[in-house]
Write a protein that binds this ligand. Structure first.
Ligand SMILES: [Zn+2]
Length: 254
């Protein structure tokens, strides 16, 4: 990975920045320097710089080879996030949440496009249908502002081409940090201080293959925009608006 988290601060750093801050591997006497270790943005485990002495290659950070800690970035292609049937659902709250979501659907859609540029409106519609099927709205602790972040981790965002031109060449996948292994863990295993990690993958050569750790190119820890519902209603392309109205006529009738 090109970037890891600073050893003690919440910001990502490159290997070059790491060396600027903590010095090269060996001190002037040729002894190994005792440096604090950078951390993985997803699992918080220590990460070592690799290739730092070779000016010809970009240094990367790697997990300790023997570490057995769960880390989503080491996971294979299988989608890890499931929406298990909500236990003890709150049906009244679920209905109010779903109505609020449709009232603010443009805010939610803009948030998704901010994190996954050029996402397609059809992907958004499919995510809402998936949420309906899996009864996402019924989770007792779910808040409206969490919905689009949960949407982001539920699917991959493969590259997008339009009229023969790449709009986005990267394959994007979002992960919650490693405390969250199923959606419900958001409320069980964190105290609202969860992170989201954006992983960028190279597209596998073979068709119909979903990229895994071998294709991982870089990661980012994008800042959480949690106040997006307080903003002015964003403008939406007329095609996107009509697609939503066609998909959800009852919810969006004027
Ligand atoms: Zn990790």
């Amino acid at each position: 990975m090109k970037k890891a988290l600073h050893p003690t601060e919440k910001r990502p750093i490159t290997v070059v920045q790491y060396i600027q801050l903590f010095g090269p591997k060996l001190d002037p006497l040729g002894k190994r320097r005792n440096r604090p270790l950078a951390r993985c943005p997803a699992c918080n485990e220590a990460m070592h710089p690799r290739g730092e002495a070779d000016p010809e290659v970009d240094g990367v950070f790697a997990h300790k080879p023997k570490s057995t800690a769960y880390c989503p970035l080491k996971e294979s292609a299988a989608r890890p996030y499931q929406i298990l049937p909500p236990t003890n659902p709150d049906l009244g709250k679920a209905e109010r949440l779903r109505s609020a979501f449709f009232l603010h659907w443009k805010h939610h859609w803009k948030l998704i496009r901010d994190y996954a540029p050029f996402a397609d409106i059809k992907e958004f519609i499919a995510l809402i249908r998936h949420a309906d099927q899996q009864r996402l709205w019924q989770y007792r602790n779910i808040q409206e502002l969490e919905v689009p972040f949960i949407f982001l981790v539920l699917k991959d965002f493969p590259p997008i081409k339009s009229k023969g031109k790449w709009l986005r060449k990267e394959w994007i996948r979002f992960w919650f940090d490693s405390r969250v292994r199923s959606v419900e863990d958001l409320w069980i295993n964190t105290t609202g201080d969860w992170r989201i990690v954006k992983a960028i993958y190279a597209v596998p050569r073979k068709k119909d293959v979903v990229p895994g750790p071998a294709q991982l190119k870089s990661t980012e820890v994008p800042p959480l925009k949690l106040n997006f519902l307080d903003k002015v209603e964003p403008a939406v392309h007329p095609y996107q608006e009509s697609s939503m109205k066609a998909a959800f006529p009852e919810e969006l009738e004027a």
